[in-house]
Design a protein around this ligand. Sequence first.
Ligand SMILES: [Fe+2]
Ligand SMILES: [Fe+2]
Length: 186
Amino acid sequence: MADLEAIQKKLDKILKKERYAHTLGVMYTAGALAMCHGEDIETAMTAGLLHDCGKLSPVEKQMEMCRKYQISLTETEFMIPALIHAKLGAYLAEEKYNIHDKRILDAILYHTTGKPNMNLLEKIIYLADYIEPGRKMIPGLPEVRKLSFTDIDRAVCRCSELTLGFLERMGRTIDPMTRQTYEYYR
Ligand SMILES: [Fe+2]
Ligand SMILES: [Fe+2]
């Protein structure tokens, strides 16, 4: 069983203040969603706590660590550096935080893009990241917050739709998986 307090202490040291606050928000939101949908609460809280453990600042540091640990990055990941922390995070969760539950590692790996046919834990972390209480209010957020507790698949659909819309408006490069998540849940 993971020692949540010990992990919190480590993360408090390596993450920026806002990132750490977000991390706690995701941990507790994941716990609440687990209660609601019948997922193991501690598993969800562990995944929530560690979901951004690879989000070291600046992003060059993430790339440097990927080189150090020989984590190969795809062309898409070089084009969209925001994706790197998920892959690095899954690696660090296993190697540095001693998490060997594949479900937790996958939930960390897919939290940014989602993926088609996610398991319950993956959906919970994907949504908790989006809806945690510290998130800035944007149109659609109250709806996703409510749906996350009432109709989780619909929540994933709306969340991926909003994410896609945001990325398109910002003119950002979009990972094919982000689009596949939306297509699947639509
Ligand atoms: Fe993240
Ligand atoms: Fe996050």
